[in-house]
Design a protein around this ligand. Sequence first.
Ligand code: CO8
Length: 257
Amino acid sequence: MGYEHIRVETKGHVGVITLDRPQALNALCAALIDEVNQALTQFETDDKIGCMVLTGSEKAFAAGADIKEMAELNFIDAYLSDFIASWEQVSRTRKPIIAGVAGYALGGGCELAMMCDFIIAADTAKFGQPEISLGVMPGAGGTQRLTRLIGKSKAMDLCLTGRMMDAEEAERSGLVARVVAASDLMNEVLKAADKIAGFSLPIAMMTKESVNRAYETTLTEGLRFERRLFHSMFATEDQKEGMTAFIDKRKPQFANK
Ligand code: CO8
């Protein structure tokens, strides 16, 4: 399929989506988001894909929603079209997805990265929610996912001052899982994605679903949900293979990859 604003490729069992709108620092226009959604659907339905990666360029993961496209938007159109609702498909993916972030991840760019399961950042990455300087506030998770990830104090600091946070601070705050040298970013992201794709896909998906439950429910309900999924794993051949391989001192050959 031909895309204008993204590049899509498959590396083994990993599906890679690269935002590619360099003239606007990968600003997220509607057409770009449509393409990302199409690519996500393509990978979600491809049996060979066990993990996905969302990344940008060296200079920018994404510098936010496209300000030029949004500038003339009015309330009625925003409300009637439920502006941004369709931008959240990344957060609804069932297969694991990693964000590989170098350069700017601002506004909607930071929000898009947070919709992924975890972020691996280059040491050049800069995160921020500068919407307040445009006369709005974050609209796709910047006041919600960010607050859950880094706590109220830092989320308030970022959302109210609009300042940027470097990769080291982002890791210290819990926004980012790991920071690597910019030149190693794609190597490290692909290594992690390849590792995940090498495990049993249903087990990886259930693990993701269970971790995400921690954000949606009480501890008691979350633990009950976890235990039910854990019990169900003993009905899979991958559990038998994984444990037998350990006992036999060999590498497991998971059937459902
Ligand atoms: N929208 C549109 N165009 C942009 C954007 C953007 N967000 N960011 C950069 N560009 C364009 C610039 O206009 C410029 O284009 P041109 O050459 O035609 O003038 C080109 O990209 C290069 O940008 P700069 O010349 O500004 O590059 P600098 O290196 O000097 O500065 C910055 C880089 C600091 C990143 C600067 O471009 C900047 O501040 N950008 C805007 C950042 C921002 O405010 N982002 C928040 C946008 S609002 C938002 O995201 C709301 C979220 C809604 C939900 C989204 C759901 C996923």
